[in-house]
Design a protein around this ligand. Structure first.
Ligand code: IPM
Ligand code: MG
Length: 368
């Protein structure tokens, strides 16, 4: 059998730097665990625009459809702020999500013991936190029609449409219930059923899927604004949160920051199973391209490395190896190694992006 295939899209800003550390980890698995991947690399975002005039070429899109998993760094930067909307770096990422039909976006918010002091919240509120936000990723107001900026009389009107079909809600609800069964068996669904029809439908469909197929899972519903409040008040009340595309965008940034740094958090975007049984999948850190620190060796590679751990778990059925990698990260943090985003402790000198990557690889060696 041929090796599973990975397409790496480092993207812009700190994307290439953090991805270089992931390459070390991938190489380690090939050499030490006989887990070999056929890796290819390509462009997405601003760098693709610079070379090809588009943030994602059709060829790269086609490759992404064929591989077993895509690993993406980050896209965007101030250089591209004034580009036409249709060729902005973010459009490349949105096209991947939409055309691969990656409807279920898993965004864990986990607090590493060694980092509980970095949260802006009190330590006991966040210590041991382990929640999973499942964000619907291919529909809602991000993609709904009509959209655009039109002229009405003598003024302009900006239009976006929140739109959800029953089947779109049902499939992301199922993925939330499935995942909850492997965790704390609890799902909280968030919408704004008090003001939006799409929210009323969301609540109804999630409840129907629950009652018919997952009655064993504990289900609650919350308005998304109250959900944001509860996430900062006592986040440990949650296990799995399922929500729409836009609320999920906001709530996942909020949840990420509970853990102290955006530089720590991975994500998985999953679609339907392919012919080989693996889901269509793209893995990427939650953080952005951080152009202000790009190229300086200051970026934290952990979110991107943990995204590869999610790939091991969700695409390649290597849960034990994923746990090994997560534990290696934990061990390095416990030793006190910190990239510049994690400073604050007295007398701690930051390590570089590459030093952090090397330390994680060394911890992997020690795990054998
Ligand atoms: C995210 C980002 C993206 C989004 C941007 C870069 C298009 O904020 O993945 O959360 O809004 O979905
Ligand atoms: Mg976001």
């Amino acid at each position: 059998m041929s090796n599973p295939s990975l397409l790496i899209l480092p993207g812009d800003g700190i994307g290439p730097e953090v991805m270089a550390e992931v390459r070390k980890v991938i190489d380690w698995y090939g050499a030490k665990r006989d887990l070999k991947f056929d890796v290819s690399e390509d462009l997405v975002g601003g760098c693709a625009y610079d070379k090809h005039g588009t943030p994602l070429t059709d060829e790269t899109m086609a490759k992404a459809q064929e591989v077993d998993a895509v690993l993406l760094g980050a896209v965007g930067g101030p250089k591209y702020d004034n580009l036409d909307f249709s060729v902005k770096p973010e459009r490349g990422l949105l096209r991947l999500r939409k055309e691969m039909d990656l409807f279920s976006n898993l965004r864990p918010a986990q607090c590493f013991d060694a980092l509980a002091d970095f949260s802006s919240l009190k330590k006991d509120v966040v210590a041991g936190l382990d929640i999973m936000i499942i964000r619907e990723l291919t529909s809602g107001v991000y993609f709904g029609e009509p959209r655009g900026i039109i002229k009405e009389g003598n003024e302009r009107v900006g239009i976006n449409t929140q739109r959800y079909t029953e089947s779109e809600i049902a499939r992301v609800a199922r993925s939330a219930f499935e995942l909850a069964r492997k965790r704390g068996n609890k799902v909280c669904s968030m919408e704004k059923a008090n003001v939006m029809e799409s929210g009323i439908l969301w609540r109804d469909v999630v409840q129907e899927i629950h009652d018919a197929e997952y009655p064993d899972v504990e289900l609650s519903h919350m308005y998304a604004d109250a959900g944001a409040m509860q996430l900062t008040r006592w986040p440990k009340q949650f296990d799995v949160i399922v929500t729409d595309n836009l609320f999920g965008d906001l709530l996942s940034d909020l949840a990420a920051m509970l853990t102290g740094s955006l530089g720590m958090l991975p994500s998985a975007s999953l679609g339907l199973p392919m012919a080989n049984g693996r889901p269509k999948a793209l893995y990427e850190p939650v953080h952005g391209s951080a152009p202000d620190i790009a190229g300086q060796g200051k970026a934290n590679p952990i979110a991107c490395i943990l995204s590869f751990a999610m790939a091991l778990r969700y695409s390649f059925d290597e849960g034990e190896e994923a746990t090994r990698l997560e534990e290696a990260v934990n061990a390095v943090l416990a030793k006190g190694l910190r990239t510049a985003d994690l400073l604050g402790e007295e007398g701690v000198q930051p390590v570089s992006t590459a030093e952090m990557g090397d330390a994680i690889v060394a911890a992997l060696d020690e795990s054998l």
